[in-house]
Design a protein around this ligand. Structure first.
Ligand code: S3P
Length: 455
């Protein structure tokens, strides 16, 4: 069921420290990025797409509803098992009503790409968080294919889109490291004649490239040897025959991050998280935690549905402060709030560089992360685009604060993880948005031994 949490009573939740160690073997819900794409590409392909392990969080359910509004048949079977029957690229139906993308920036931006090269009219909106997020980063490049976008000031939602009748292929260099922008441009290119090219100065998650190939598109990726970085040039041949395919969705590494850091912080804990996606463009957090001295092991490494997957086992361990370079940020862009929580317990001062993109997430996540630490008595500073966290070095941080989540699921979960290891409880003003990416989070954590109670 999809909820508009703004229209509901807030659901405050409190983490009580000092309970028993966390222990158990769990799975986390399916990867959000891969789930959105599986539904979208299924709708653009001809024939049947079978998805297993789909994340049934509100963000992804919005994408399912949007694909139905565009003419695809989208059917849920057993939990996580979904089928999509697409009409084929180029054959989307004009939606009869405004499409509401809820809290999901990924859904809104990728769908802009799809709509830009289909000759239909559509209007997208979202909740108050999404209506505040920048869309020009996609509408500017997509306009060059011939689509027209009319939105509120700053190109914000609600946004009216008239897709191009004869879409031109795009040739675009990303000004920001964003997989959403890259994906929007590539998706527009699917229905344009000729080659679409995207240059990214820093590599970002490549699920779009991998999955488009899996559905039959011709996508090539070259590394860009510039400034010693890890940039890439991606080329897509327009108007491929896309054929329905089977997609197995791995556990979301961005969701695994929460129980993982919780187990690191609570003395005596040992937790295994099975079937976590280990795409190297998503594992920056794991590399960083290892540098901090975390007792974190990967076993059972395998490939499932074209993505590397493994089981993570983590034990409580004292952590050292760490510096994270700007170059690593894209591979862990959603994990900085919970990394900041880990850093609050570490010995020494940590610095995370180049976090400007955090300002345009579900909240201003740079400010919200700093505030979540500060209100709980942890030393924190923002210097330019860097976040600096002064760790308590083994002694539990004070806690006792109430964290404002600003409609941001990851701020809520990070604050609750913090409160499992502080001296006093930590409260979040509203845990409702957790359901956008991690339905069942509180129950899963309770099953490990965490004490989370309604406040
Ligand atoms: C996503 C890309 C990231 C990430 C978001 C999911 C995706 O956003 O923060 O949660 O699925 O492409 P940006 O590409 O804007 O950094």
């Amino acid at each position: 069921m999809m909820m508009d949490h703004a229209a509901e009573l807030p659901r405050p939740l409190r983490a009580i420290p000092g309970g028993r160690p966390l222990s158990g073997r769990i799975r986390v819900p399916g990867d959000k990025s891969i789930s959105h794409r599986a539904l979208m590409f299924g709708a653009l392909a001809e024939g049947r797409t079978r998805i297993s392990g789909l994340l049934e969080g509100e963000d992804v359910l919005r994408t399912a509803a949007a694909m139905r509004a565009l003419g695809a048949e989208v059917v849920r079977g057993d939990p996580g098992e979904w089928q999509v029957h697409g009409q084929g690229r180029g054959h989307l139906r004009e939606p009869a009503d405004v499409i509401d993308m809820g809290n999901s920036g990924t859904a809104a931006r990728l769908i802009c790409g799809i709509l830009a090269s289909h000759p239909i009219f559509a209007v997208l909106t979202g909740d108050a968080s999404l209506r505040g997020r920048p869309m020009k980063r996609v509408t500017d490049p997509l306009s060059a294919c011939g689509a027209r976008f009319t939105g509120r000031a700053g190109g914000r939602l609600p946004l009216a889109i008239e897709g191009a009748a004869s879409p031109k292929p795009l040739n675009y260099r990303l000004p920001v490291a964003s997989a959403q922008v890259k994906s929007a441009v590539l998706l527009a290119g699917l229905n344009a004649d000729g080659e679409t090219r995207v240059e990214e100065p820093e590599a970002t998650r490549d699920h779009t490239e991998n999955m488009l190939r899996h559905f039959g598109a011709d996508v090539s990726v070259e590394s860009l040897e510039e400034n010693g970085g890890n940039g890439r040039l991606i080329r897509l041949r327009g108007r491929p025959a896309l054929t329905g395919a089977d997609v197995v969705v791995p556990g979301d590494p961005s969701s695994a991050a929460f129980p993982l850091v919780a187990a690191l912080l609570v003395p005596g804990s040992e937790v295994t998280i099975a079937g976590v996606g280990l795409n190297p463009l998503r594992t920056g957090l794991f590399a960083t935690l290892l540098e901090m001295g975390a007792d974190l092991r990967v076993s059972g490494e395998r490939t499932e549905g074209g993505e590397p997957v493994g089981d993570l086992t983590v034990r409580h361990e004292a952590l050292q402060a760490v510096e994270v370079s700007r170059a690593r940020a894209p591979s862990m862009i959603d994990e900085f709030p919970v990394l900041a929580v880990a850093a609050a317990f570490a010995r020494g001062t940590s610095r995370f560089r180049g976090l400007s993109e955090l300002r345009v997430k579900e909240s201003d996540r740079l400010a919200a992360t700093a505030a979540l630490l500060a209100v709980n008595g942890i030393g924190v500073e923002i210097e330019g685009d860097d976040l600096i966290v002064h760790g308590t070095g083994g002694a539990a941080p004070p806690g006792g604060g109430t964290v404002l989540t600003h409609m941001d699921h990851r701020i809520a979960m990070s604050a609750l993880v913090l409160g499992l290891g502080t001296r006093a409880p930590v409260t979040v003003d509203d845990s409702g948005f957790v359901d956008t990416s991690f339905p069942g989070f509180a129950d899963l954590m309770r099953g490990l031994g965490a004490n989370l109670t309604p406040a």
